[in-house]
Design a protein. Structure first.
Length: 212
């Protein structure tokens, strides 16, 4: 297909497609003349993936580039998904040293009990978890830490469901694409369902005005 057809099929404007080509986010098409190229269904799928990562996943283009670079590189699916998770995590927010030390010690013990490797300095996801727990402590709600094991059990089940999405797939591209969908879009689906559930439970438990 030509550029105009690629744009129509993917739902991405021609100017944006050209920008992605210049930035290396989209591989070049097959040259048919000095000013013309032919594109395939793989280009359509790549554009849809970029659109999902930016519009639904909320990733900036720099992070999308890192993710696509990992997909196109020599990393294993596990390593590639690690890049995805780090880019989704972004930069952890700053918290006080005292609260961060409390959260770090708590999570170090937690990781040891559950057999997780502990590399907080290298892991943005861990950094965000430390920041979240530290902030809870600073707000006087450190009792959230008492629920870590329960949250962990739920998170493990969600992770198992995510991995089941790619089980049985043999194509590297399909494994990565399915993993991306499960991670990026799955986050949005799970968060949406959690909020709906909170609305239901809140109505049942907190719907009545408290006595004064």
């Amino acid at each position: 297909m030509r550029m105009a057809e690629l744009s129509a099929e993917s739902g991405v404007p021609v100017a944006t497609v050209k920008y992605y080509l210049r930035e290396g986010l989209l591989p070049p098409g097959e040259r048919t003349s000095p000013n013309q190229a032919r594109y395939s269904a793989a280009h359509v799928q790549r554009l849809r993936l970029i659109k999902a990562l930016t519009e639904v996943g909320g990733l900036p283009l720099a992070s999308v580039g890192a993710v696509l670079g990992a997909i196109d590189g020599d990393e294993t699916p596990h390593e590639t998904m690690g890049v995805v998770q780090q880019e989704l995590a972004g930069t952890p927010p700053k918290v006080s040293d005292e609260a961060a030390e409390w959260a770090t010690a708590l999570l170090r013990d937690f990781a040891g009990r559950h057999g997780w490797k502990w590399h907080p300095a290298e892991n943005k996801t861990t950094g965000n978890l430390i920041a979240a727990l530290a902030t809870a402590k600073e707000l006087g709600h450190e009792e959230l830490a008492d629920r870590l094991d329960e949250y962990f059990a739920l998170a493990m089940r969600v992770a198992e469901l995510d991995v089941e999405v790619v089980t049985g797939l043999t194509s590297f591209d399909k494994i990565i694409e399915a993993g991306l969908v499960a991670t990026v879009l799955g986050d949005r689906i799970f968060t949406g369902l959690r909020h709906l559930a909170q609305e239901f439970v809140s109505r049942e438990v907190l719907g009545r005005a408290p006595s004064r």
